[in-house]
Design a protein. Structure first.
Ligand code: FAD
Length: 508
């Protein structure tokens, strides 16, 4: 039958079995739509990266002999409405069947189901053939459990896909080398240049601006560095293996003003758009490591692989186990608005001005900047998780709801009350100071708790525990914090200091 197949912007998977054969009865539909540019204010680099990658993918399919119908954002016949576009195509070209790959977002899943209900032809959804597990796997795996422990899921993945295994045992006798992966970077000379792909972007930017799409952040041709095709993505992966893997684990948590990327792979956008598959990434990294075991420790490799077949895969499963309720959770009932400097980076706190500034400049921050600097602050300051989610969903190149919301609302803000994590990720200035050089460039003093110039993290940290005592005190992993709090001689002073800061978050 004459078939219309939809390809969403994050389904750029050239290895999908759809493309195994050329079939003249099949047309692939790809759309640049306002519903996608407008569901949140995205970083300009994110919109550009999506459109460029989609256009490259359409071109690739064309050269392979597939029929693609691609509609640009500014095309006259673009009604900007997914339902109308699909209905219009079906009617005009007399398609007899409609097919789509299961989307990763709840929003699109619901929308596509509803579109199909109203189409007069048979509709079918197929797997996106990207993840290691099916949507419901995590839900079934943790059936009946309150906390979904990532580590047990991760070990199962290692066994099921024979990754870093020695028969039934983990290679070198240990599942997890996280304890070895916590160093601060002391020597600049270790840093490597990232593999970037600067490219002309002015035409796409012009189109986006002309359409009045509301965006955040900056873009410059020479600084637009993201891979926007499978070929470029493979180069970034190769660069990771040859240049960065050697120190990935060591400095995974390091915080520094020296470099935005450190030894991180910059592969999240390529994977989230499916230009690379998670399994091919970990298999390539494992194979590379096996050939270079004399120079690269297993801790670097295991740390990296855990992020992908562990955290990434697990977050996707949590999303399908807990949506749509997850998006409403607000365990601490936090209500504050984000301070204005989240959109400028203009705060005296160096850790935040650097991490937020970098996010706005590059659409990127690494995990510990997202978790222990920006997210940590938002949680301590009691920001409403909706506000935090909107910001994260907009600002990062890799932000798609299934992986953004589970990380932000779940892991970072503990708004799920402990589904993703067993305790909130909060810290005082001490941790940030220990992990890098932000504090030595700061207007505040990391060692000062109250008074002029005291780092806000210090008093906000105790304010957070103090105001959430009822909700947290009985958590066995937290009890210690309350014993310390109750012994503090200047407890009242600390709480008052935090109250002062909370009154004027915009001025920090
Ligand atoms: P690397 O450090 O090189 O890690 C390799 C890969 O592991 C990443 O590309 C990513 O695919 C995966 N990974 C690592 N940590 C996680 C994690 N916690 N969850 C899922 N995958 C992980 N990641 C996103 O892809 N999209 C998001 O919207 C997103 N939002 C986040 C929000 C918060 C508050 C936090 C704490 C983390 C978030 N992450 C998100 C996870 C992680 O920070 C990014 O995947 C990572 O920084 C991307 O950079 P990289 O490719 O250089 O990662």
């Amino acid at each position: 039958p004459k078939t219309l197949r939809l390809i969403l912007g994050d389904q750029l998977n050239a290895q999908h079995s759809w493309f195994d054969e050329k079939d003249s009865s099949v047309t692939y539909l790809m759309l640049e739509l306002r519903q996608e540019t407008d569901y949140v204010a995205h970083h300009i680099q994110k919109v550009v990266a999506f459109f460029l990658s989609m256009r490259n993918f359409a071109q690739l399919l064309n050269t392979q002999g597939h029929t693609v119908h691609y509609v640009q954002l500014d095309q006259e016949d673009n009604s900007q409405d997914l339902k109308k576009m699909i209905q219009g195509m079906v009617k005009k070209h007399h398609f007899e069947q409609f097919e789509y790959q299961l989307p990763d977002e709840y929003r699109l899943d619901t929308q596509l189901k509803s579109i199909c209900k109203n189409l007069s032809i048979p509709c079918r959804s197929v797997d996106s053939e990207h993840f290691l597990t099916e949507r419901e796997y995590v839900k079934d795996f943790f059936h009946g459990k309150k906390t979904f422990l990532m580590e047990s899921f991760y070990r199962q993945m290692r066994k099921d896909f024979t990754i870093l295994m020695d028969g039934k045992e983990p290679l070198q006798g240990k599942w997890n080398f996280d304890h070895e992966n916590r160093a601060a970077l002391k020597d600049k000379r270790l840093l490597r240049k990232p593999k970037t792909h600067p490219k002309p972007v002015s035409d796409v930017v012009k189109m986006i601006k002309k359409a009045n799409v509301k965006t955040i952040g900056k873009i410059a041709e020479e600084e637009f560095t993201w891979p926007c095709s499978r070929e470029e993505s493979l180069e970034v992966l190769d660069h990771f293996c040859t240049q960065l893997l050697v120190h990935f684990g060591d400095y995974q948590d390091a915080l520094t003003t020296w470099d935005p990327f450190l030894f991180h792979s910059r592969l999240s956008f390529a994977m989230n758009t499916k230009m690379l598959s998670p399994l091919e990434v970990v298999q390539k990294v494992e194979a590379y490591w096996k050939e270079h075991q004399d120079t690269i420790a297993i801790s670097q490799t295991e740390g990296f692989i855990r992020q992908i077949i562990g955290w990434r895969e697990y977050m996707r499963g949590i999303y399908w186990a807990k949506m749509p309720e997850f998006a409403e959770l607000n365990f601490f009932n936090h209500q504050r608005k984000l301070p204005d400097w989240f959109w400028t980076g203009d705060t005296k706190m160096k850790c935040l001005s650097h991490s937020i500034g970098q996010s706005l400049d590059l659409a990127y921050a690494h995990h510990i900047q997202r978790l222990m600097v920006i997210g940590n602050f938002a949680l301590l300051a009691g920001i409403h998780p909706d506000e935090v989610d909107q910001w994260y969903l907009g600002v990062y190149i890799d932000a798609i709801e299934w992986v953004e919301i589970t990380n932000t609302r779940g892991m970072s803000q503990f708004a799920d009350g402990g589904i993703v994590g067993t305790k909130p990720y909060v810290s005082s200035a001490n941790y940030i100071h220990k992990m890098g050089n932000y504090c030595s460039h700061c207007a505040y003093s990391s060692s000062k708790k109250v008074g002029e110039g005291a780092c806000p993290f210090n008093s906000l940290y105790w304010h957070f525990y103090n105001r959430n005592r009822e909700k947290l005190e009985n958590n066995p992993r937290i009890g210690m914090a309350y014993r310390t709090l109750d012994k503090l001689k200047n407890k009242e002073e600390l709480i008052n200091q935090a109250e002062e800061y909370l009154k004027n978050l915009d001025d920090l």
